[in-house]
Design a protein around this ligand. Structure first.
Ligand SMILES: [Fe+2]
Ligand SMILES: [Fe+2]
Length: 284
């Protein structure tokens, strides 16, 4: 397994998640937000530069053709967790089990607050789409704040200045009005930048209730659920579902505890929970 650096500038994938969490630290004013963004490590800025330069409509459509027939592999949810974990952390003994830890910490925080089973299982699986990275996708096509393609980029997208190098900036139809979309068309009809959210949504879409699917599909769509952009594209369903996505976000961002969850001890509970929603094998 090659090291993360072979597929992008980040030292590891979690560096993006950590950056987002620090960006939205409680009480940060818009000025501090901008300052913080300027002070981000150069590898993080380089990561966003690559993401914003290469996430074109053509790229997204190519990745959808490549992955969304779900013919790569058959794996249970727990196998996917282990798969993501072992390989991602292969090169980094300090973050042993970090992917499983993040998933369990998110799920445990949701469970502790007495939320329904479907939301706990959503916390458990929400980042499994990151296995794209193991299949050779560059970091910028796995993680990163997501955004619609084929319409003007919101200046609420972090480092939006980097879009000037994106070939879609030269396509007049994409840069006028709502681009290729109609007002109120609904996010389901909007092509999102490619990454772990959209991919996992397609893997699990037949097995979870709608609020769970919104949480999975749009949890990295910060310009929408955190910054209030892209509302003209929403339909009434999106308006109903937005509060669920917002309810999920703090568990994703802030559930990192000092205490590491005991994987072996929690495994029986979560295997039962997984069986409540999913078949023995999923198509990836
Ligand atoms: Fe994520
Ligand atoms: Fe996450």
């Amino acid at each position: 397994m090659e090291k993360t650096s072979a597929q992008g500038p980040l030292e590891k994938l979690e560096q993006w998640d950590d950056f987002v969490a620090s960006r939205y630290k409680a009480d940060r004013t818009p000025d501090e937000f901008r300052q913080h963004t300027q002070d981000a490590p150069s590898v993080v800025r380089e990561f966003y530069r690559l993401n914003h330069t290469h996430q074109t409509r053509d790229f997204v459509e190519q990745k959808r053709r490549q992955y969304l027939s779900l013919e790569k592999q058959r794996m249970s949810v727990w196998e996917a967790m282990k798969y993501l974990n072992t390989l991602v952390d292969d090169s980094d003994p300090d973050t042993d089990l970090s992917q499983i830890q993040h998933l369990l910490q998110t799920a445990e925080a949701i469970r502790r607050d007495g939320n329904p089973h479907w939301m706990v299982v959503t916390g458990l699986i929400h980042d499994l789409g990151k296995i794209l990275w193991l299949w050779g996708e560059p970091q910028w096509a796995v993680v990163g704040d997501t955004f619609p393609v084929a319409c003007p980029w919101s200046d609420k997208i972090v480092y939006s200045e980097y879009f000037s190098a994106n070939p879609d900036s030269q396509v007049a139809r994409y840069q006028t009005g709502l681009g290729v979309y109609q007002e109120g068309c609904g996010l389901d009809n909007v092509l999102m930048s490619w990454g772990h959210d959209e991919y996992l949504y397609h893997v699990v879409r037949n097995y979870l209730p709608e609020p769970a699917l919104y949480m999975i599909r749009y949890h990295s769509f910060y310009p929408w659920h955190k910054e209030g952009a892209y509302h003209p594209l929403m339909n009434s369903r999106d308006h109903e579902m937005l509060p669920w996505v917002q309810k999920f976000n703090p568990y994703d961002l802030y559930s990192k505890g000092v205490e590491k969850p005991d994987v072996d001890q929690l495994k029986p509970y979560y295997q039962e929970l997984i069986a409540e929603f999913f078949p023995a094998e999923l198509h990836w």
